[in-house]
Design a protein around this ligand. Structure first.
Ligand code: F6P
Length: 347
């Protein structure tokens, strides 16, 4: 019997999603003779039975394309919301459409929220495979998500560019990097871009300690400094972003001219890096292989250089945060980078 599979992409978009769609779809069609349906706008496409048949020609010329050809949304199948208030039982409708279409499996490409909903749909009786994607790199169970490397290149390039303007004006430049719950992108781009201060949600910080550090640099004739902050760091302002808060605190406490840059959605745009194209393709192809073996309820993962899988019920609802003793944090300390407090700096 020819298998028929669905693919959906949910949550924040990122470079590499189309490479993953292509990896699943072309492997399913060419290697396993399957039929492939692409559902629009994440889980909403399953709720509305809104899909297109993905043929080989439809999967051509998308490897290098940013975003997702299927569109995405943050609609949550199990969350009571406006859709439910119209007496729509979303999970029931999803299962009805899944059965009416004769699907053998749905591949859910997404981050934490998507994998959690994929786990719930699996528990609800659907055959599901998760593929981990996000620029935040905070999906539990895998070493890395695709999207992260592309965003790391973008964020690092932006930080590189800030050095010249900060140097010209002898300024403190504060740049905000995406990463709502975990500081992977800020930590890695801060290290790659030569940040002097790196603040991540996982580590506390003390503005006075940061100010002392920056003033000491100025005293040592370091004419400018780069401060890299993750958008998810805690701060007391209700109407300022993380970078605006940190920049305003530095400006208020010193006579060091300070400016902020919020990199935002630039980090989610454009063509995937070669590394992400390869990773997304490997994840997608492996998802198709699992389906061919009728192994479901799993998320594909990378450990070292090996692609394998982990049960979704070991992933759902968890977050992969930066461990406080991560080797890169230790290296940062050794380089004299300020991580926010004396204790973080091993003092
Ligand atoms: O999860 C990826 C991410 O870009 C986060 O870094 C960011 O906080 C969030 O998505 C933004 O969400 P949205 O695209 O819904 O505004």
């Amino acid at each position: 019997m020819t298998k028929r599979i669905g693919i959906l992409t949910a949550g924040g978009d990122c470079p590499g999603i189309n490479a993953a769609i292509r990896g699943v779809g072309k492997t399913a069609i060419i290697k396993y003779g399957m039929e492939v349906l692409g559902f629009s706008s994440g889980f909403l496409g399953l709720i509305n039975k809104d899909y297109e048949v993905l043929t080989e020609p439809k999967l051509s010329n998308i490897l290098t394309l940013g975003g997702t050809i299927l569109g995405t949304s943050r609609v949550k199948p199990f969350k009571k919301d406006e859709l439910s208030f119209n007496a729509i039982d979303k999970p029931k409708l999803i299962k009805k459409h899944y059965e009416e279409l004769g699907l053998d499996c749905v591949v859910c490409i997404g981050g934490n929220g998507t994998q959690k909903n994929a786990m719930k749909l699996s528990d609800y009786g659907l055959n599901v495979i998760g593929v981990p994607k996000t620029i935040d790199n905070d999906v539990w169970g895998t070493d890395v998500t695709f999207g992260f490397d592309s965003a790391l290149n973008i964020a690092t390039d932006a930080i590189d560019r800030l050095h010249s303007t900060a140097n010209s004006h002898s300024r403190i430049m504060v740049i905000e990097i995406m990463g709502h719950h975990a500081g992977w992108l800020a930590l890695y781009s801060g290290m790659a871009g030569g940040g002097d201060v790196i603040l991540i949600p996982e580590l506390d910080y003390d503005i006075d300690y940061i100010v002392d550090y920056l003033e000491e640099r100025a005293r040592r004739k370091k004419t400018y400094s780069i401060v890299v902050v993750a958008e998810g760091i805690k701060h007391s302002s209700k109407n300022k972003s993380a970078a605006q808060f940190v920049a305003s605190q530095i400006q208020k406490r010193t006579n060091l001219e300070t400016r902020e840059t919020i990199l935002g959605y630039i980090q989610r745009g454009g063509s995937p890096s070669p590394a992400d194209r390869i990773l997304a393709t490997r994840y997608g192809a492996y998802a198709a292989e699992l389906i061919s073996k009728e192994q479901y309820g799993l998320m594909v993962k990378k450990e070292g250089d090996v692609i394998s899988s982990i049960p979704l019920n070991e992933v759902g609802g968890k977050l992969r945060k930066v461990p406080q003793d991560h080797p890169i944090i230790k290296k940062a300390l050794g380089l004299g980078i300020c991580l926010g407090t004396p204790s973080n700096n091993g003092l």
